[in-house]
Design a binder for this molecule. Structure first.
Ligand SMILES: Nc1ncnc2c1ncn2[C@@H]1O[C@H](COP(=O)(O)OP(=O)(O)OP(=O)(O)O)[C@@H](O)[C@H]1O
Ligand SMILES: CC(C)(CO)[C@@H](O)C(=O)NCCC(=O)O
Ligand SMILES: [K+]
Length: 254
């Protein structure tokens, strides 16, 4: 059994795989000040609720886009799982041809999404991940990772609006009845949902025009379902894409 861990700026998502089967998955909030032992307690509790012993875990792989958490993670897995973690980064075999100007600069989560995307959907492909930031990754017809687009995530945008406009409340990010909102909450919801769906479609269309091809478009991340239902370009949502990519990369490094 292997433990896969994606550390994002908002959430840490964990999965336990037996072969290619995802047996359990969990989501924790990312806390930059939590200690090794605090994360250790959470891990131990999750395993115990699932009836799993740390000794059953044969390996750990981590992708992390929060550098200050790396020292904590490096001590966490040896101490609480009895295994060193394989960390997605330079020196790891991903099988991906990364054509970013500086490959070390690409977020590990984007690499992991691209690897899983190619494996499950083929190239050319666009992966859209709705996280703290929304990222678009373009994989060309030869399967090379070219780069993409980074925009503020839906949560960040909604929070900025609420923080900076005194009369605007925090609203639930749900689909409103109409595009033309007739109250403040409905108007903000319309902007969030249709604004983001339009942004996705606009960016995907520009990628297609610039790259002269018609990639498949797959979305992942917390709010993917909600936006995908309003987007013309997103073909499907794969909520476990990042965990899948971690499992695939782990297997490539055995
Ligand atoms: N229903 C919601 N209403 C408002 N904000 C939300 C909602 N769901 C998620 N968010 C916000 O959207 C952002 C992304 O959340 P999500 O759970 O999709 O991210 P994630 O994939 O865990 O991100 P990361 O990998 O960057 O940590 C967060 O800032 C979160 O607070
Ligand atoms: C864009 C985020 C924050 C998305 O999680 C992450 O992938 C990251 O920090 N990337 C580094 C910058 C880049 O990918 O070019
Ligand atoms: K993510």
């Amino acid at each position: 059994m292997i433990l896969v861990v994606d550390v994002g700026n908002t959430n840490i998502v964990l999965g336990l795989y037996e072969g290619s089967e995802l047996l359990h998955h969990w989501r924790l909030s990312t806390n930059r000040s939590a200690t090794v032992d605090e994360y250790g307690i959470m891990l131990t509790n999750l395993f115990s609720i699932a009836g799993i012993l740390a000794a059953e875990i044969d390996g750990v792989i981590v992708s992390c886009v929060v550098p200050p958490l790396m020292p904590t993670l490096e001590r966490l897995f040896p101490k609480y799982v009895g295994r060193e973690a394989l960390v997605v980064g330079p020196g790891i075999k991903t099988g991906l041809n990364i054509r970013y100007e500086n490959p070390k600069e690409v977020g590990a989560d984007r690499i992991v999404n691209a690897v899983a995307g190619i494996e499950h959907y083929g190239a050319p492909l666009v992966v859209v991940d709705f996280g703290t930031a929304t990222t678009f990754d373009y994989i060309d017809p030869s399967g090379a990772y070219l780069g993409g687009v980074i925009v503020p995530g839906i949560g960040i945008s909604a929070e900025a609006l609420y923080q900076r406009a005194a009369r605007l409340p925090r609203v639930e990010l749900a689909k409103p009845k109409a595009v033309v909102g007739r109250n403040t909450v409905a108007a903000i919801q319309s902007g969030a949902i249709y604004g983001y769906a339009g942004q996705v479609d606009g960016i995907v269309k520009r990628i297609c025009a610039e790259q002269r091809c018609t990639p498949r478009v797959i979305a992942t991340g917390g709010l993917a379902e909600l936006i995908a239902s309003e987007s013309e370009t997103i073909e499907s949502v794969d909520s476990m894409l990042t965990l899948e990519g971690l499992r695939i990369i782990y297997e490539r490094n055995l």
